[in-house]
Write a protein that binds this ligand. Structure first.
Ligand SMILES: [Cu+2]
Length: 59
């Protein structure tokens, strides 16, 4: 799995369930890569703001 997030603010992109966190700079891009080997529905959020970006469903 590769998630690419473009952000206008600096924060951490956090994938719950897999507990992956990658810093993203303001007006920059973060790439989160992991093996999606765990089924479920997981929140992807901007960690420090507590803003949900997406819900990731792995079947
Ligand atoms: Cu989080």
């Amino acid at each position: 799995m590769r998630l690419i997030v473009c952000s206008d603010v600096s924060d951490q992109v956090h994938v719950h369930g897999y507990d992956r966190g990658v810093e993203v700079p303001a007006n920059g891009t973060a790439t989160v890569e992991f093996v999606a080997d765990r089924a479920g529905v997981f929140e992807v959020e901007l960690e420090r703001r507590g803003v949900q970006l997406a819900q990731l469903e792995v079947r």
